[in-house]
Design a binder for this molecule. Structure first.
Ligand SMILES: [Zn+2]
Length: 252
């Protein structure tokens, strides 16, 4: 049993209206250790672990071979929103009410939240990244899309420098600061070329059918910033999952 399977489904409150309860867990972060007792056959937990273990469209992946395809560019309409921030002990998450969107062709997704991962998860040609942000979106028909921004070790990230002092300790209640606004566009690289594949939530229940869009251009984060984030929530990485024949498309 892998370490990942030893993690229990933890239903977190980024609710995806219209989806079954089991699909409401964040992809963000694994839950607490499940303990030594195996789940009963046929239980929800058993089903979830089966999909995490046996699903064939799981995230993250190592992006190696890609197929260049005529695909629509991303059109961001991100807007500043009042700060709503929580540290659930697994990640720091910022929530957004409807207002920020990104369009891919005819599909438009509303930004629901973003959160942080240490290390990054998705790899590029085997390269591991010390940090990633996942921007979770939902379309009007319930489709989920996770937009990934990867970070390399380098210079201090100015947006993170502003946000770090506002990050609460683990277990604190969600903090809302109407006077402090957060512009999600400040966390995007200048170039919006991307990789796209069919993936999943990265924590149980590992729900599939999630569009994964990984921006090609990484941002930078300093070692001091990574250390500070690492004191707020632990590092946890789901290993790269097998492709099972999936094609990764690339948009320059
Ligand atoms: Zn995530």
């Amino acid at each position: 049993m892998t370490g990942f399977l030893a993690l229990l489904c933890r239903v977190l409150p980024w609710l995806v209206a219209g989806l079954p309860v089991v699909a409401q867990a964040a992809d963000a972060s694994p839950g607490p250790p499940r303990g030594k007792q195996a789940p009963a056959a046929g239980s929800d937990v058993q089903r979830d672990l089966t999909l995490c273990d046996r699903g064939r469209r799981q995230s993250p992946i190592d992006i190696v071979a890609t197929r260049r395809q005529a695909q629509p560019q991303l059109r961001f309409q991100y807007r500043s929103a009042p700060l709503r921030i929580v540290n659930d002990g697994h990640t720091v998450r910022l929530r957004f009410a409807n207002g920020s969107r990104v369009s891919v062709g005819r599909e438009t997704y509303a930004l629901q939240q973003f959160h942080f991962h240490l290390p990054g998860g998705d790899r590029l040609q085997g390269e591991e990244f010390p940090m990633a942000m996942h921007f979770l979106h939902r379309s009007s028909t319930g489709g989920l899309m996770s937009l990934v921004v990867l970070f390399r070790l380098g210079a201090e990230n100015p947006a993170l420098a502003l946000l770090l002092p506002a990050m609460p300790a683990s277990g604190a209640a969600e903090r809302t600061s109407p006077d402090v606004s957060v512009d999600p566009a400040q966390w995007l690289p200048a170039a919006h070329g991307y990789y796209r594949y069919k993936g999943s939530l990265t924590a149980p229940p590992c729900t599939e059918g999630v569009q994964w869009i990984v921006l090609k251009q990484p941002l930078e984060v300093s070692g001091a910033q990574l250390a500070r984030l690492g004191r707020l929530f632990p590092s946890h990485a789901r290993p790269a999952q097998p492709l099972y024949g999936r094609v990764v498309t690339e948009v320059p």
